[in-house]
Design a protein. Structure first.
Lengths: 599, 377
């Protein structure tokens, strides 16, 4: 029997997961102090900067117990954000235990609770850990009681540590060995290995991170991906230490990687089961699903010449992120681009940021929206994730929109502003639940469309950052939804169309018209800016014709100055988008697209 | 033939809108004149001194802060280095510096065109502009010009000031017209970022008038001057027939010119190519270093760039730009899509084409920056 412990850490952002993981790596001698770089596990720049985990990672440690025994630890680091809850569920599946790390000064947050319940559902052994006990503001007693209320047990079972000073880390290491069960090691069964994450390497193809649940994965064996039915050879397998460490086999209970010239991540999907081609398992590990995008947005190159580069960049991103989907889209206003689907808002932001950072792409993105289901008068039901695809008013019988169940954890002082926000967003109050430490969990049912648009920022700003949000998809519900179009001199600006609740359309229409009037420079002719539902105009503004645009002085002999100014304007013109005969500068689009409820 | 520009970088005080290069310290005037003399002398026996000089322009800053001796030495140096056969020698004057004696003195030195920085006759406006002179000084300076029988002169006006009404503008124009000026430069106020005015606008303390009002004032200037026989020949320049500024017009026609003094610009186009360069706007450097050290940004212009400049400058004038000139001097011709665009503008009344010459209409002139960018894009 091998002595193994597979576990993950459940924690809210900033509660100290990465720091604690660093300590574990240090104390087990997996990493020397010299190699120590803060937050070893978050290896993307973006992860380090934002302090978030986007991809799952795993790291193997050998822990020498004080009694001389050596135990193998596999720490599986999971993303913390709701957008990635499927990845989290797969990572949990690969573990027998979880450390529930809670900041002793902050208390439990919404996200933590939902991940914790997932872990409990999957029958993981939970080790509650109060972190940051070195902080003067730490309240081990109060926060400890919160934990007891949540998971039962006693306060005495809660470990108290400081990832910063290292206090309590020895006890934690021992508790991991003593409380978390060793995995079942059914090596005689046919192979079942769970893919809990995969990354793409341009030389090697897909690298799958796996937990062998049953059987043995041997180097050179033929392997089959049970969901996609693709077959490959296990060319290389190994352990995930700080670097990859090759080995000949991975047995049931072990965690490692496998490489098999898998050309596309689409073949090696998170949650799929790898089995042996020769000796196939009957059933895959349960719980695999195709992740569906929840949020959609158009992505267009700022400079239309960059379309092919954008395509290349998206292709590369998709290699590493199978949950990103996209297809070409043409906008009259923005030209050629893509309609992309994301798991959620954070996922969308990450993709946008990676396009900028890793590919140096200058892009315009349209307002994010959800996927609607529309019953047509002729009885057909269609799905619409792009406002411009919404049929004419006359053809629509009913519009259905996705609802989520949102749970918001907050200090009780902020109940008022949170309820106001949720009501404004067409939320339906479900209940509230008071907890220890003056904290409340408020539950609302909300149209998802109202949450993808500037909800989180408002929540944060309305509660000084104290509230946390978690949500899950609920169902599709009927709504009085309309498409709001923006027209310039009668020509529709497709990129600015949006689907909105009828009651909000008037206000939104007026606001967009006002903004455009402010930002579209005067043209040689008068421009009517209109907002319309179908053929009915509900708001209108006018951009008066250009009356004067001429430099008074040509600055004596300083002709270069004037010429450079013209050069600059010529450049600016290139970046203008044309709708009918009206030229719209980039900034006007960006301003409207990034407009939030307040401005 | 060529022109000479001399930049005198001193002013009594800083006008709020001005972003020309100048200093208000008077101690440096004499050292500056000496440095200027050596810059002029550095052009001796070069290809630049071989062409006959037809125009000289003393600008600034405030050239009228220089005294007789200083001006004498400058003209002396110019004559010793260059072959001067000037049809026009202009000097910018600020009203508060002008006396009849001063005018006779500069006339004796050869100045035959005075450019009077009047800007306005309105006390409040002059204060707002932070000008050094008051309305009385503006009147007496113009009177002195008449009394000394100065060969010709021009006066500057600024319109489109914050809070300025059409009435005060009309009064300003009437007052100026009472001196029967052969030439007027009327500029609409430009808010430059690095000026006092620019700062105040940025801080929201001053609201410049909106484009519609400035456009209206532009029309007032044009019609009122036209009624007095003073015709607009460039966006900001108006004259009686035959009294157009020669030196400035030459800038627009790509005639050669050499600029002296800090921040002065030069242009030279001969068989070996067309170049622009400028002196650094840094008096300290100018005083202490050799010309080759404060000269910067030698830029070689392609024929295409020159053609674009020609359009950019020529379309601001009543003469417009002729297709033949573009073809012959610059090897430039309009593309089909440019022609299409031009025809469209002609139809809309912003441009005209006459005898294969392209010009702006008066409506077009008002938005000529916009039109030129469109034409060249
Ligand atoms: N005082 C104190 N600060 C800590 C401790 N653990 C982490 N931190 C700090 O808390 C912040 C968040 O830690 P991090 O490990 O990135 O949290 P994560 O978002 O859960 O991965 C960082 O500024 C850490 O330096 C601790 O035990 N004590
Ligand atoms: S006098 Fe002329 S150069 Fe001097 S600050 Fe005033 S406007 Fe500028
Ligand atoms: Mg972290």
């Amino acid at each position: 029997m091998k002595n193994i412990r597979n576990f993950c850490i459940i924690a809210h952002i900033d509660h100290g997961k990465s720091t604690l993981a660093d300590r574990l790596l240090e104390r087990t001698g997996t990493i020397s102090e010299r190699e120590m770089q803060e937050q070893v596990l978050d290896d993307m720049d973006l992860e380090r900067e934002r302090g978030i985990t986007i991809k799952s990672h795993a790291i193997r440690m050998d822990y020498n117990r004080p009694n001389g025994e050596v135990v193998t630890f596999n720490l599986i680091d999971t993303p913390g954000h709701v957008d990635f809850s499927y990845e989290v569920s797969r990572a949990l599946k690969a573990c027998e235990g979880a450390l529930l790390v809670v900041d002793a000064a902050q208390g439990i947050e919404a996200q933590t609770i939902s991940n914790l319940y997932q872990a409990i559902d999957q029958e993981l052994e939970i080790i509650p850990v109060l972190n940051k006990i070195d902080l003067p503001g730490a309240d081990p007693d109060g926060v400890g009681q919160q934990i007891v209320d949540l998971i039962g047990g006693t306060k005495e079972e809660i470990l108290q540590v400081s990832g910063k000073t290292g206090e309590g880390v020895e006890d934690l290491l021992e508790a991991i060995v003593e409380r978390i069960p060793s995995p079942k090691q059914e090596v005689d069964k046919p192979l079942k290995a769970l893919i809990f994450d995969s990354i793409f390497n341009s030389y090697r193809g897909s690298i799958c991170y796996v937990r062998v649940m049953e059987g043995v994965l041997k180097k050179g064996d033929g392997i089959t991906f049970m969901a996609t039915k693709k077959e490959y050879d296990a060319e290389e397998i190994g352990y995930l230490k700080l670097k990859k460490e090759k080995t000949d086999q991975l047995e049931a209970g072990e965690v490692g990687y496998v490489i098999g010239s898998v050309k596309s991540l689409q073949d090696a999907k998170v949650g799929d089961t790898i089995t042996s081609t020769k000796n196939k398992a009957d059933t895959p590990i349960p719980g695999y699903k195709e992740v569906k995008p929840m949020v959609f947005s158009g992505i267009f190159p700022t400079n239309s010449e960059d379309f092919e580069d954008l395509r290349g960049a998206l292709e590369k991103l998709q290699l590493n992120d199978a949950s990103l989907s996209y297809q070409p889209e043409t906008s009259k206003a923005l030209g050629f681009g893509f309609r992309a689907g994301f798991l959620g808002l954070l996922h969308m932001e990450i993709i946008q940021e990676r396009l900028d950072r890793e590919f140096d792409m200058d892009i315009i993105t349209t307002v994010p929206n959800v996927r609607y289901e529309i019953d047509l008068e002729d009885g057909e039901r269609i799905k619409v994730d792009n406002p411009s695809e919404m049929p004419e008013v006359g053809k629509i019988a009913d519009v259905w929109e996705p609802y989520i169940k949102a749970s918001i954890l907050t200090p009780a002082d902020y109940i008022g502003p949170i309820m106001t926000l949720c009501e404004e967003r067409r939320g339906k109050y479900v209940n509230q639940h008071f907890m220890q430490n003056n904290r409340v969990e408020i539950t609302y049912e909300l149209p998802m469309a109202e949450v993808v648009f500037d909800f989180y920022d408002r929540l944060k700003s309305g509660t000084r950052g104290y509230a946390s949000l978690d949500y899950e998809f609920l169902e599709y519900r009927k709504g009085d939804l309309v498409r709001l179009d923006i027209l310039l001199n009668g020509d529709q600006v497709d990129a600015l169309s949006s689907i909105t609740h009828r009651d909000k359309a008037y206000y939104l229409g007026r606001k967009i018209c006002g903004k455009l009037k402010e930002l579209i420079p005067r043209q040689q002719f008068e421009v009517a800016v209109q907002a319309a539902i179908g053929s009915r105009v509900i708001a209108r503004d006018t951009i008066r014709a250009l009356k004067k645009d001429v430099t008074a002085k040509c600055y004596g002999g300083d002709i270069s100055r004037k010429r450079k100014l013209i050069e600059k304007q010529k450049e600016g013109k290139k970046r203008m988008k044309q709708v009918g005969s009206v030229e719209i500068p980039q900034e006007a689009f960006l301003a409207v697209l990034s407009m939030d409820e307040e401005d | 033939m060529s022109g000479i520009y001399i930049h005198i970088p001193f002013c009594k005080q800083a006008c709020s809108y001005c972003d020309f290069y100048f200093l208000t310290r008077d101690k440096l005037r004499q050292p500056f004149v000496e440095a200027l003399l050596s810059e002029i002398n550095s052009y001796g026996d070069t290809k630049f001194s071989k062409e006959i000089v037809r125009t000289i322009y003393l600008g600034g800053g405030t050239p009228s802060l220089l005294n007789n001796k200083q001006l004498e030495s400058i003209f002396g140096a110019l004559h010793s280095v260059f072959d001067i056969d000037a049809e026009e020698i202009t000097m910018e004057l600020n009203p508060d510096d002008v006396t009849r004696d001063y005018l006779s003195m500069i006339q004796d030195l050869g100045v035959n065109r005075a450019s009077m920085g009047v800007q306005s006759f309105d006390k409040k406006l002059l204060e707002f502009m932070h000008r050094a002179h008051n309305p009385e000084e503006a009147f007496s300076a113009l009177e002195a010009l008449q009394k000394t029988g100065f060969p010709t002169f021009t006066a500057d006006l600024i319109y489109g000031n914050p809070g300025q009404s059409v009435e005060t503008l009309e009064q300003d124009i009437d007052k100026l017209l009472s001196f029967d000026p052969p030439h007027i430069s009327a500029y609409s106020l430009t808010v430059e970022p690095k000026t006092r005015l620019g700062k105040q606008v940025e801080l929201g303390r001053i609201d410049p008038p909106d484009d519609d009002r400035v456009s209206e004032q532009f029309d007032v200037v044009r019609t009122q001057l036209a009624a007095a026989g003073i015709e607009q020949y460039e966006v900001s320049n108006f004259s009686k027939p035959g009294k157009e500024a020669v030196h400035n017009s030459n800038y627009w026609k790509h005639e050669n010119y050499i600029g002296f003094g800090p921040s002065a610009h030069s242009f030279w186009w001969d068989e070996s190519g067309a170049n622009r360069w400028q002196n650094e706007a840094n008096l300290k450097k100018y005083l202490n270093e050799a010309p080759e050290d404060y000269r910067e940004e030698e830029e070689t212009l392609s024929k295409n760039t020159l053609a674009e400049e020609r359009l950019m400058l020529g379309l601001r004038t009543k003469w417009g730009v002729s297709e033949i000139d573009l073809k012959q001097s610059y090897g430039y011709s309009f593309t089909d899509s440019q022609w299409q665009w031009i025809e469209d503008q002609v139809e809309k009344g912003f441009m005209v084409t006459e005898n294969s010459t392209l010009k702006m209409t008066s409506d077009g002139l008002k938005i000529s920056d916009h039109l030129i960018v469109e034409l060249l894009s």
